[in-house]
Design a protein around this ligand. Structure first.
Ligand SMILES: Cc1ncc(COP(=O)(O)O)c(C=O)c1O
Length: 405
C-alpha cells in the first residue's frame, strides 16, 4: 500500500505540533538551580521520582505544636534525629526550644557534632572497640555530648577510654522500660549501675534514661497511658532512689511522639520524640487523647512522591516505587484512603481501587509511608514544598555505607 505524502504529513501533524510547541525541559538545569539554592519555578512535576516531599506549612505546624506543648507543660524536648537525619531539621527544632538532639547511632552523633550541635544524647550504648572509642573521641571534641550504658562492662570501657584521652564523659544509666532490646534492671540494680558511673574516675552521671517503645504505638490514649505507666514508672522510681542516695539526676529522659502528653505526669523531665515532625501510617491511627481514632495531634507533612508509569489494566496502575523504595501494603495514598497499595517488585508498586477515579499515566501520586525511619534512610534529600512549588531542599545525611555505621 502506498501512502501519499499529504496523508503522512497529516497523520504526523499532532505529534509534531506538540514537539514544536513544548518548552524544552532539561532536568540538569533543575539540579543546577538546586545547587545554587534557587528554587524559583521548580514544581513537583519537575522532580525525579520516587522522592520525598515535605509540606512546609504542616511541618512547621507540627514543630510548633510540640514546642508549644512542651513550653506550656514544663517538660523539655531533646528531639530524636533518627527519623530525619537532617541538620536543617535539627536546627529548626533547636530554634523552637529543643535542648539538643538525640541520636540512635554513633554515626548520627558524629554527624550532629560535626554540624556544630551541642548537648547531643546518643540513646544506644556504645559497644565494642569501634563504637566505644568513637564515643570517647566525640566526647573529647564536644564535651556536652552524652552517652548511655545499660551494662557495667560499658561503664568500665568508657571510663578506660576517657582515662586514656584525659577527659570526663557524661553517661546516663539506660534503665529497662518495657523494651527487651536494651535497658538495665530498675530498682537496686539500676541504682548500682548509676553509682558505678558516678564513682568512675573519668565519668560524670548525666541523669537517667528509659525508653518505652511499646507504649508509643499502643492504640487508644488510655491504654497507651497505662502501658507507659507500667513501663516508665519503675525507671522513674529508680531515679528517686538515685536522688535519695545523694546522686545528682539532672535528666530523666525517654518518651515518644505517642506518649508526649503522658510522660510528664509520670515524672520524665524530657522527651526524645522524633516522628511528630513528619508522621507515618504506623502513628496515624493510635488514637488521640480526645478519643478520636485518628491521631490528629500532628499532621502528615512528609510524602513519597511517585509517578504513574503504566496504566493498561482496569482498576489498577503501576507506580515507580517498589521494594527499593520500601513500599508496603500498609502505605496509604494521600487524600485517597480507599486505594490499596501493593508491591510489584524492586522498582514497581501497584495502586488498586474499586470505584471512583483512577490515576492517569504520568500523574504524580503522593504516598504516606508506614515507617519514617526506614523510608527517609532510602533518600538523599527532602524537597520542601508549598503546594506544587519547591521552596527548599534539605539534604538527608549519613544514610548509606560507612556513613551510617
Ligand atoms: C530510644 C528512642 N527514643 C525516642 C524515639 C522516638 O520515638 P518517636 O519517633 O516514636 O517519637 C525512638 C524511636 O524509635 C527511640 O528508639
Amino acid at each position: 500500500m502506498t501512502v501519499s505524502r499529504r496523508a503522512l504529513l497529516f497523520s504526523a501533524a499532532p505529534a509534531l505540533a506538540l514537539a514544536n510547541s513544548a518548552k524544552v525541559f532539561r532536568y540538569a538545569e533543575v539540579e543546577a538551580k538546586i545547587a545554587k539554592k534557587d528554587f524559583r519555578g521548580i514544581t513537583k512535576d519537575d522532580l525525579p521520582t520516587p522522592c520525598l516531599t515535605v509540606e512546609r506549612a504542616l511541618f512547621e505546624k507540627n514543630l510548633k505544636a510540640m514546642s508549644d506543648y512542651c513550653k506550656s507543660t514544663g517538660i523539655n524536648l531533646r528531639a530524636h534525629c533518627k527519623i530525619h537525619k537532617s541538620t536543617d531539621v535539627t536546627r529548626k527544632q533547636i530554634a523552637l526550644g529543643s535542648l539538643g538532639v538525640c541520636c540512635a547511632t554513633i554515626a548520627e552523633a558524629e554527624l550532629m557534632v560535626n554540624a556544630g550541635f551541642k548537648n547531643v544524647l546518643h540513646t544506644c550504648q556504645p559497644a565494642g572497640k569501634n563504637k566505644v572509642w568513637r564515643a570517647a573521641v566525640l566526647a573529647q571534641r564536644e564535651p556536652t555530648t552524652m552517652f548511655v550504658a545499660d551494662d557495667p562492662i560499658t561503664v568500665d570501657l568508657l571510663d578506660q577510654a576517657a582515662e586514656a584521652l584525659k577527659i570526663k564523659m557524661t553517661v546516663l544509666p539506660d534503665i529497662y522500660a518495657g523494651l527487651t532490646r536494651h535497658g538495665h534492671a530498675p530498682g537496686d540494680p539500676g541504682l548500682k549501675l548509676a553509682q558505678k558511673i558516678d564513682s568512675s574516675k573519668n565519668l560524670k552521671l548525666g541523669g537517667i534514661m528509659g525508653y518505652s517503645g511499646g507504649a508509643s504505638h499502643t492504640k487508644g490514649w488510655e491504654a497507651r497511658r497505662e502501658k507507659s505507666t507500667k513501663d516508665v514508672v519503675p525507671m522513674v522510681e529508680t531515679a528517686k532512689l538515685l536522688k535519695k542516695s545523694g546522686l545528682n539526676v539532672p535528666i530523666i529522659t525517654g518518651g515518644s511522639t505517642g506518649t508526649y502528653n503522658i510522660d510528664k505526669a509520670l515524672g520524665l523531665t524530657e522527651l526524645q520524640a522524633g516522628s511528630y515532625i513528619f508522621m507515618d501510617t504506623a502513628y496515624m491511627n493510635i488514637g488521640s487523647r480526645e478519643g478520636t481514632e485518628r491521631y490528629s495531634d500532628f499532621d502528615v507533612s512528609m510524602n513519597v512522591l511517585t509517578t504513574v508509569i503504566s496504566a493498561n489494566h482496569t482498576g489498577q496502575v503501576t507506580i515507580d516505587a517498589g521494594n527499593k523504595a520500601l513500599l508496603r501494603p500498609t502505605d496509604r495514598v494521600k487524600n485517597r484512603p480507599e486505594v490499596i497499595v501493593e508491591n510489584q517488585g524492586a522498582e514497581y508498586g501497584i495502586l488498586k481501587w474499586n470505584d471512583g477515579n483512577g490515576f492517569k499515566l504520568g500523574e504524580k501520586v503522593e504516598l504516606i509511608t508506614t515507617n519514617l525511619d526506614m523510608t527517609t534512610n532510602c533518600y538523599d534529600r527532602y524537597y520542601v514544598c508549598e503546594g506544587q512549588n519547591v521552596v527548599d531542599v534539605w539534604p538527608i545525611m549519613g544514610r548509606a555505607g560507612a556513613l551510617q555505621r
